[in-house]
Design a protein around this ligand. Structure first.
Ligand SMILES: Cc1cc2nc3c(=O)[nH]c(=O)nc-3n(C[C@H](O)[C@H](O)[C@H](O)COP(=O)(O)OP(=O)(O)OC[C@H]3O[C@@H](n4cnc5c(N)ncnc54)[C@H](O)[C@@H]3O)c2cc1C
Length: 577
């Protein structure tokens, strides 16, 4: 009898170890921006400074790196996988047929949420008041978004609810301390009795989300509030404690604060009809709801609902830019890590000239997105403390950045995925989840066209916004001749757009792209290493790009650029490669 030869096919060669056990915050574009945008904290007078307050961004950086280590750990990656592979489940009724309208989450979701809330990624900076607190929060949000994107939704909405809620000082005074609390306290109970609260928002109805003035939900005065009757077609994170809701009051569309549990402990009549079966964002629950005479408090002036809730939308838009910059960074880092180890044709992929071009192009996109997102976080921080110039800049630059950065992200992830070849297409690599999540930030909080059109609205209604933008770009004047030419073109196109009025709608995407890319270039010329600024201007501002970024796929950079330092600047600091 002959014996089978020993099985020898199990030797695994040339496979890349997972990217785990690294510090996500080890990201020079991020940490340098944090230092620029968040000034040193002043030590309190007469008192000995507390350690955490003594040394400004150095203490913020300490917390950032702690969170970065956690985000890059294998344990967190496992939590992210579990939270997405065990999506939330709707429980409409208890066993006896009573409505309960609860959503059940995997424990991994709760752990991710507890970390986010514990690090104050939600509403905590509103309680702080220290210059730079919002910038530090933005940096942490960007880092922790790379752990798992889905749970960022309720975190972001809770952050954003505060400026809208401040239109009603009584409600803000009552709930703001709990919205900013670092205690994650899930479960439906009377809001005032909880150790920490989360907030959602409900604007979109079946007949429209962009055109919220078409909302049909009715609000009728009742007691010290209103009774809401109607529906919402998208209401994410329905297990939040409070929701900012738009509804038609007798005076017109108004903003309301709707609690899930009423002060007497009974459930408010907000019925969860079903959960959406979504492309991505699967760890997060997005529901359809009906209000059957649900109780809510008025926020702001009746009939001024859009003007009130826009403060929330503006803050969530900033988080969309930060979140997309985070996804871009994560995809880029995964591609560089893989290509640095995987070999083909006798060398690592990262040593092959064409792959260098692809990786450098992705790295440019990532560094530009991070730099712009953090500049806007700085503007938001200063605007929150009354800086009118920064508010004007934000008014124009934020919708442009939301349009551009969020729209570029799915392309980046698609290209990064391909850097891993077939492995990138397989779920275990983590890139398919990133790919499914990537388009979302462009869809919600104002889809691409709507945010591009908002750039025109800003120009028409906030004339100082164009001057603030141009002044910011001019800070980089004479730094690069291609940038100077782009700045002149931007100045011309902004003027033409104002003159064209509604005729300009057709070109709104081009203009929004031009605003975002020119601002990115100006920031990189001032703050990034020369090789980065040079390659960005050459590839994004050149004649072929026409101010709207490269039309061709990534990896088509012009000749004669110094690409290796660009890739090194975006490489993860890891000892597994
Ligand atoms: C996963 C997920 C979660 C969500 N969670 C929430 C939530 O918690 N709360 C909430 O209120 N909403 C939520 N939304 C809804 C989201 O904000 C809307 O889908 C979005 O605002 C677009 O509205 P719509 O779907 O009605 O599309 P429409 O308004 O019908 O727009 C369709 C398309 O037309 C374009 N368009 C609209 N107007 C114009 C115009 N004048 N000119 C040119 N183009 C135009 C839009 O850009 C879009 O591409 C969520 C959506 C998703 C996908």
């Amino acid at each position: 009898m002959t014996r089978a030869a020993p099985h020898v096919t199990h030797e695994v060669l040339n496979q890349v170890p997972p990217l785990a056990g690294y510090d996500v915050a080890d990201d020079p574009a991020l940490t340098e921006a944090l230092r620029r945008e968040a000034p040193r904290r002043e030590a309190p007078r007469r008192e000995a400074p507390r350690a955490a307050e003594a040394d400004g961004w150095e203490s913020w950086e300490g917390e950032l790196h702690e969170l970065g280590q956690r985000a890059g750990s294998a344990q967190t990656q496992e939590l992210a996988r579990l939270a997405n592979e065990h999506p939330p489940v709707l429980r409409t009724h208890d066993p006896r047929g009573n409505r309960i309208d609860e959503v059940e989450f995997h424990p991994a979701w709760h752990e991710l949420m507890a970390t986010a809330v514990g690090h104050g990624l939600h509403a905590t900076p509103w309680l702080d008041g220290t210059p730079g607190a919002h910038v530090a929060r933005a940096a942490k949000f960007y880092v922790w978004a790379q752990a798992e994107a889905g749970h960022g939704c309720p975190i972001s909405m809770t952050y954003a609810a505060v400026p809208a809620l401040r239109h009603e000082p009584g409600l803000a005074g009552r709930f703001e301390p709990l919205l900013g609390s670092r205690t994650y306290d899930p479960g439906l109970r009377v809001p005032d009795s909880k150790a920490g609260l989360l907030s959602g928002m409900a604007m979109t109805e079946k007949q429209g989300g962009s055109d919220v003035r078409a909302n049909t939900t009715q609000a009728v005065p009742a007691g010290d509030g209103y009774q809401l009757t109607g529906h919402k077609w998208f209401c994410s994170a329905p297990m939040c404690d409070l929701f900012l809701v738009l509804a038609q009051a007798p005076e017109g569309l108004s903003c309301f604060l709707l609690p899930r549990v009423l002060p007497d402990g009974t459930r408010n009549s907000m019925r969860l009809q079903r959960l959406k079966d979504k492309l991505g964002n699967r760890s997060n629950a997005s529901s359809e709801v009906e209000y059957d005479g649900a109780f809510a408090w008025l926020v702001g002036e009746p009939g001024r609902g859009v003007a009130t809730i826009i403060d929330m939308v503006s803050a969530t838009r900033l988080d969309c830019v930060l979140g997309s910059a985070a996804t871009t960074r994560q995809a880029c880092v995964m591609a560089i890590h893989y290509a640095s180890i995987r070999r083909a044709f006798g060398a690592t992929l990262a040593a092959q000239p064409l792959m260098v071009s692809v990786l450098a192009d992705l790295a440019l996109e990532s560094q530009a997105a991070t730099t712009l997102a953090m500049r806007l976080a700085g503007a938001a921080d200063r605007a929150a403390r009354g800086d009118a110039g920064e508010l004007a800049l934000l008014r124009l630059a934020l919708p442009a950045a939301k349009y551009w950065v969020c729209k570029r992200t799915p392309m980046v992830v698609g290209e990064a995925l391909e850097c891993l070849g077939g492995n990138g297409y397989v779920e275990e690599s983590g890139l398919p989840r990133l790919y499914r999540d990537a388009p979302l930030n462009s869809v919600w909080e104002g889809s691409g066209n709507v945010t591009a059109l908002d750039v025109l609205r800003a120009l028409a209604r906030t004339p100082g916004s164009a001057d603030a933008l141009l002044a910011e770009v001019d800070l980089a004047a004479d730094g690069d001749r291609r940038l100077d030419a782009a700045a002149a073109r931007l100045r011309r196109e902004l003027k033409e757009a104002v003159a064209a009025g509604t005729e300009a709608q057709y070109r709104a995407r081009r203009l929004a792209g031009l605003v975002a890319v020119t601002l990115q270039a100006a920031l990189l010329v001032r703050h990034a290493p020369g090789a980065v600024a040079d390659a960005f201007c050459a590839s994004r501002l050149g004649p072929a790009a026409a101010g709207n970024g490269p039309g061709a796929p990534f990896g088509t950079l012009p000749d004669g650029l110094d690409l290796r330092p660009i890739v090194v600047r975006s490489s993860p600091a890891t000892d597994c490669g």
